[in-house]
Ligand binder design. Structure first.
Ligand SMILES: [Zn+2]
Length: 284
């Protein structure tokens, strides 16, 4: 269409008023009938003295709104705390319409959780807790098998458990049932590994407490530290993994201690004496 060329629509005022105001037909609907664009329609409406509606989101269905007792709906919603679905069922209107119209008339809409919380939900499936407990007690029964048996979700099974006070079965993951189980190891090797894991943890705890520094000479070189057992390792099995029974020494000092006190029969007293000797010798 050439610029400036405007189609003059011969639209009768009374017809337009009837269609637009009385029948509440949509803008787009009228555009289609008149074969004009939206701006043109708006111009025609203005010219006719009709205030155009913005009906992009308006609730206009087939030219008229659904009629129902809005006051009653509001009363049920606010005073009786019914939800929109229940009101809709009573009044023969769908729930979204109820909610929209309540919102339009200024009613505060509750979040659906507020409506459902703590109140029975008519859609909720409740299983007989005793029956569920009985099935669960059977050997090999687990939550999955119950879900399949009753055709419900896990949360419904869990709710039945809660009602019947059922304790869920602990899956046995010890030893060979653990996915990390190594079948190639012997019992002795397993004991050693268990021990070495504990000892690694103990060593790190001792180093950290002592700031990764030899507690005798102050050497803090990386890679030359040992964690020494204050009470001889072979004699004190009880405190073997207690960080209080450890001290950080450098390799040299550690060797020195064992040269002086041997490999067994030493303890806290000997360590204190040995450290004190070093201090007095270096102070002199
Ligand atoms: Zn040292």
């Amino acid at each position: 269409m050439a610029r400036g060329a405007q189609i003059k629509f011969a639209v009768e005022d009374s017809w337009l008023r009837n269609e637009y105001i009385t029948k509440r037909r949509r803008n787009s609907d009228l555009c289609a009938e008149l074969g004009c664009s939206m701006p043109t329609l708006l111009r025609i409406l203005k010219r006719t003295g009709i205030e155009p509606r913005d009906d992009r989101n308006a609730a206009v269905h087939h030219g008229r709104r659904v009629r129902f007792d809005l006051e009653k709906a509001a009363k049920l919603y606010v005073d009786n705390e019914w939800n929109a679905e229940r009101i809709g069922e009573l009044l023969g209107v769908n729930a979204s319409t109820i909610l929209r119209r309540l919102r339009e008339s200024g009613v505060m809409i509750r979040h659906h959780n507020d409506t459902k919380r703590g109140k029975p939900n008519h859609r909720r499936i409740d299983l007989d807790p005793q029956l569920v407990a009985l099935e669960y007690a059977k050997q090999d029964a687990d939550i999955k098998s119950l879900m399949a048996m009753f055709g419900v979700t896990k949360s419904i099974i869990r709710r039945a458990f809660d009602a019947a006070g059922v304790e869920t079965k602990k899956r046995d993951r010890d030893g060979a049932k653990n996915p990390n189980w190594r079948p190639d190891l012997t019992a002795e090797e397993r004991a050693l590994r268990r021990d070495s894991a504990k000892q690694t943890k103990w060593r790190i705890q001792v180093y950290e407490r002592d700031g990764y520094k030899c507690q005798r000479c102050g050497d803090a070189q990386g890679g030359n530290l040992n964690a020494h057992h204050v009470e001889a390792h072979c004699q004190n099995t009880k405190d073997r993994n207690d960080p209080d029974n450890g001290i950080t020494l450098c390799v040299e000092c550690h060797r020195g201690f064992h040269r002086a006190y041997g490999l067994r029969g030493f303890g806290r007293k000997q360590l204190a004496e040995w450290l004190e000797n070093y201090r007095t010798k270096n102070a002199a």
